[in-house]
Write a protein that binds this ligand. Sequence first.
Ligand SMILES: *[C@@H]1O[C@H](CO)[C@@H](O)[C@H](O)[C@H]1NC(C)=O
Ligand SMILES: *[C@@H]1O[C@H](CO)[C@@H](O)[C@H](O)[C@H]1NC(C)=O
Ligand SMILES: *[C@@H]1O[C@H](CO)[C@@H](O)[C@H](O)[C@H]1NC(C)=O
Ligand SMILES: *[C@@H]1O[C@H](CO)[C@@H](O)[C@H](O)[C@H]1NC(C)=O
Ligand SMILES: *[C@@H]1O[C@H](CO)[C@@H](O)[C@H](O)[C@H]1NC(C)=O
Ligand SMILES: CC(=O)N[C@H]1CO[C@H](CO)[C@@H](O)[C@@H]1O
Length: 347
Amino acid sequence: MWTLSSTGFASLLAVQALYFSSAAARTTKKKPSTSKYPFNELVVFGDQLSDNGNGSYAHGLDPNNIYGYYTWTDGPVAPTYLAELLNVPLQDYAWGGSYGGGLAGSTIDNSYTPAKDLYKGKPVPSTYDQIFSNYTAKGKPANIENALQFMWIGQNDLKKHTNWYVKPPTLITPDAKPNVAFYNNFTTLLLQQIEHLIETGAPAVMYVNLFPIQTAPITAGFLCHNNTVCADNWGTVIEAANNFTQNALANSQYADKIIYYDVYSFMIDIMNNKNQYGYTEPLYFLCDSGNQSNPVDHFKECAVPPKWTHARPFFWFTNDQPETTMHQMIAQDMLKTIDTFFKVDSS
Ligand SMILES: *[C@@H]1O[C@H](CO)[C@@H](O)[C@H](O)[C@H]1NC(C)=O
Ligand SMILES: *[C@@H]1O[C@H](CO)[C@@H](O)[C@H](O)[C@H]1NC(C)=O
Ligand SMILES: *[C@@H]1O[C@H](CO)[C@@H](O)[C@H](O)[C@H]1NC(C)=O
Ligand SMILES: *[C@@H]1O[C@H](CO)[C@@H](O)[C@H](O)[C@H]1NC(C)=O
Ligand SMILES: *[C@@H]1O[C@H](CO)[C@@H](O)[C@H](O)[C@H]1NC(C)=O
Ligand SMILES: CC(=O)N[C@H]1CO[C@H](CO)[C@@H](O)[C@@H]1O
């Protein structure tokens, strides 16, 4: 188990300043270096949890104007940290967020869950579009055989299709009809996309499971009105969805090329031991809910110059987006999973 010292955080900020000081840095590709891994690039598909700014920027939105890091949090997102840890360049197709609140990022497929955000009058690219239109439309991408693929998607689909809103919340059950349909439909679409990447030549695809959004202030406080039965039951539904997907991926004909990463359990573990990891503020607080008269919104405490230096003790940066140090810890943990998968000695 590792913890973050204040020195660690200072150097983290230095890293952020280095990588996010200009638009040029965001798209600069490093030369592939000699790697201990059987790949020399990381290609990312997903939503606001994975967009390093490139996806939003490509679709007409400059997220640097939001929080200053091209992301929807107070620093880099997990894929950026992961590429850095793997020492490979990142190609990021994920699309996240929107100005002004309620709208989120990409879904798995706009014909299943139309994204609320629009680009040229149409829902923003889903992972289906990111893969089939933006990445493989012109045939085999040049370096796909040497590119580890990364997919983190589903939270926007989950909110639309599962029955977290029913009352009384005791009726939110893992075997409720809409939930079972969601496990099936989401997993079917996901498998098609993952298998397409492998059939096009990818050496491996890492899938990151649904994160514990039932614990986020938007869910626990606002949508569930602090009703713990509601939040807990919805958590069980998310766990059931993750179990279903994990099982289906393990039964794919390409199972030996699929890496399942359990971000759900990792985040729950950090939350259960939050103070030890430097998250000393309550879990229902956040830095920016878009409404500063909301009592859980601690905008003024977080936004102390320079920028978001004081966000660190808050687990949640926005309504459903963790603070950047959480993204960094997730990337560290993802690396362990990747090392185990490729039997790489991490020492
Ligand atoms: C940025 O996204 C575009 C399209 O969405 C993609 O073609 C390009 O490779 C991406 N670049 C980087 C550096 O991620
Ligand atoms: C990605 O694909 C979508 C859907 O086909 C398209 O609208 C969008 O322009 C593409 N983005 C880029 C950067 O090519
Ligand atoms: C939930 O609890 C927090 C902390 O006690 C409180 O500030 C917030 O107003 C509550 N939300 C609702 C919807 O009751
Ligand atoms: C999910 O799988 C884990 C591990 O097998 C198990 O402990 C848990 O009860 C399952 N949860 C649900 C909701 O299916
Ligand atoms: C902002 O939050 C306050 C307190 O929770 C609430 O009364 C108010 O309606 C909110 N305003 C908007 C625009 O959502
Ligand atoms: C769009 C889609 O795939 N819908 C399917 C979702 O799952 C239910 C039952 O599991 C099917 O009946 C739908 O066709």
